[in-house]
Design a protein around this ligand. Structure first.
Ligand SMILES: CC(C)(COP(=O)(O)OP(=O)(O)OC[C@H]1O[C@@H](n2cnc3c(N)ncnc32)[C@H](O)[C@@H]1OP(=O)(O)O)[C@@H](O)C(=O)NCCC(=O)NCCS
Length: 169
């Protein structure tokens, strides 16, 4: 299993993955236009045959905040660690950009807790994030749980040590 940045040619598969779960009200539906416009936010999981079997996106909101969204793993590939690989890849992408907080709104909080996220009160999130929620058919009666992951001070120290070591080389 490989995680890589999405390509425009992946959009139809990403769209189909999201549609499957959006029909069951587990995710928000995304139009093809939205997916093409935001394709640079996506990573995909690709199996040994080269098929896209999962996707996730990292949307930057502000200098210190990004959202992990559009996470989906094909039903036949669930339970094999693919979801966690995608969530970890989004976290790494956030850290690469010096972002130290990522949040998500989800119906599967237990899964995100396994990936290092912790639950928070939705009211703690900035108002700016509700722009998208207002467009959701479930607004305002959505029962999604908010979770965040923040960089630990120890992680920060390790990063700084690596950066110093690289600079010294
Ligand atoms: C949620 C989803 C992405 C998980 O992907 P996955 O590839 O099956 O998950 P993983 O195999 O990587 O699981 C990682 C860990 O989380 C646990 N886990 C998986 N789904 C879980 C759930 N729904 N609730 C609690 N824990 C869960 C696994 O048991 C595993 O634990 P372990 O490390 O102790 O073995 C996938 O089920 C999915 O696409 N669901 C439908 C769409 C959806 O709900 N997306 C989220 C919208 S924000």
């Amino acid at each position: 299993m490989k995680i890589r940045p999405a390509k425009v040619g992946d959009v139809p598969t990403i769209s189909e993955l999201i549609r499957t779960f959006a029909e069951r009200k587990l995710m928000i539906r995304r139009s093809l236009g939205e997916l093409y416009e935001s394709i640079r936010e996506f990573v995909v999981a690709v199996d040994d045959d080269g098929s896209v079997v999962g996707c996730a996106a990292l949307h930057v909101f502000w200098e210190d905040l990004a959202e992990l969204k559009c996470l989906a793993v094909a039903e036949s590939m669930q339970g094999r660690g693919v979801g966690k690989l995608l969530v970890d890849a989004c976290w790494d992408a956030a850290r690469e950009m010096d972002l130290d907080t990522v949040f998500t709104l989800t119906y599967v909080p237990g899964f995100f807790e396994k990936c290092g996220y912790r639950q928070i009160d939705k009211a703690e999130l900035p108002h700016k994030i509700w722009n998208e929620c207002v467009r959701c058919p479930l607004f305002p009666n959505c029962h999604e749980t908010a979770l965040i992951r923040t960089a630990e001070p120890a992680e920060e120290l390790v990063r700084e040590a690596f950066a110093a070591a690289s600079a010294a080389r």
